[in-house]
Ligand binder design. Structure first.
Ligand SMILES: [Zn+2]
Length: 353
């Protein structure tokens, strides 16, 4: 299945297309913006635009062979690095092969779905991936006369863990990329990257989308049966980020915690009390905020399921639970006691099954 089309970001796309046509596109870019705002999809769009044989100010044509290969994620000059699990091999050459396969598999999975969820919290861009990136950057392009390398979720770079060798390898590529190479990093927060990396990139801000655009995506691309109030609700919760309508969030541990909360809510009073008491009565802004975010995303997934099943009663209860979670999310900024906040949620969550 080809990638879903890009929705929105028209002004930014016009700027990027014009920079490409004028030969003014910086070689190393950093796309930043909220989780789910479409940074990697836009980077892939830019890659397609760079390869397209008939690029216009409106963007890539979408019909030429280069465009089609890009949309199927099989263009040999468009390289998408996504975070993967850490390799286990001790031999560096074997590690590099393994990471290459792991990345190819992860990308194939994304291609299969045409959409993707944020990566699991245990994945990263390990030293082997940085070496692979370095190698890919040095290879002559196969078809298009240029290469585009996309490094998604760049905050997952192991250089963030002070791996000097990886940092130096990456900095070298970012400092002097081959003339035929464009590199696009994506990250939610520029501040999450090392200053040495950040300073070698040209920042591009990817903003939230209007609700009408999110709604158009949901109704046209997800083959969703969501209508009326539940559609409006999902659009409102997405807060301008198409990626947030998908049933996952980035932090794997937050997802586990959220599922534990949901499980305990279904499991009766004793199980619930054990969970609530296990939660420290402070630190609402940290892990607890992440748990609430993940909980909202889990509930959204349950909501979509109920909508597809046409189960109005369940849908209503899940909507109510999501509303409660959002109400508690509002209080996290005021440093609410997480134990009390969980107590608030108990009743609503008990009835989402
Ligand atoms: Zn084209």
């Amino acid at each position: 299945m080809p990638l879903k089309p890009v929705y929105g970001h028209e002004a930014l796309r016009a700027r990027l297309a014009s920079a490409l046509l004028g030969g003014r596109l910086p070689q190393v870019l950093l796309f930043t913006g909220p989780v789910g705002s479409g940074k990697q999809r836009l980077a892939l769009w830019l890659g397609q635009a760079a390869m397209c044989e008939d690029l216009s100010p409106a963007g890539p044509c979408g019909r030429c062979a280069e465009c089609r290969l890009c949309l199927e994620l099989v263009h040999p000059d468009l390289h998408w690095f996504v975070p993967v699990a850490r390799g286990k091999a001790s031999d560096p050459a074997k590690l590099l092969e393994d990471v290459k396969i792991a990345i190819a598999e992860a990308v194939a999975e994304r291609r299969e779905q045409g959409l993707w969820e944020p990566p699991d919290g245990t994945t990263g861009h390990w030293l082997a991936a940085v070496r692979l990136l370095q190698r890919v950057a040095s290879v002559t392009p196969f078809r298009a006369g240029r290469k585009v390398l996309i490094l998604g979720d760049a905050e997952r770079l192991v250089v963030q863990e002070a791996n000097l060798e990886a940092a130096n390898a990456l900095l070298k590529v970012l400092e002097e990329p081959p003339a035929d190479t464009t590199i696009v990093l994506t990250a939610s927060e520029a501040q999450a990257l090392l200053p040495t990396i950040r300073s070698r990139t040209v920042p591009v801000r990817v903003g939230r989308l209007p609700d009408a655009t999110v709604k158009a995506f949901l109704t046209q691309e997800l083959d969703s049966q969501l209508t009326g109030a539940s559609l409006e609700h999902l659009v409102a919760q997405a807060d301008g980020r198409i990626g947030l309508t998908l049933p996952r969030v980035g932090d794997g541990r937050a997802i586990e915690r959220a599922r534990a909360v949901l499980g305990a809510a279904q499991g009766g009073a004793v199980q619930w009390a054990t969970l609530a008491l296990g939660q420290p009565p402070w630190g609402a802004r940290g892990d607890f905020a992440g748990t609430l975010d993940a909980l909202a995303v889990e509930l959204r997934a349950l909501l979509i399921r109920a909508a597809h099943a046409g189960d109005r009663d369940t849908l209503g209860r899940r909507l109510a639970a999501l509303d409660r979670v959002h109400a508690v999310q509002q209080t996290v900024g005021t440093n609410v006691n997480p134990q009390l906040a969980l107590a608030e949620l108990a009743q609503a969550l008990e009835r989402v099954a």
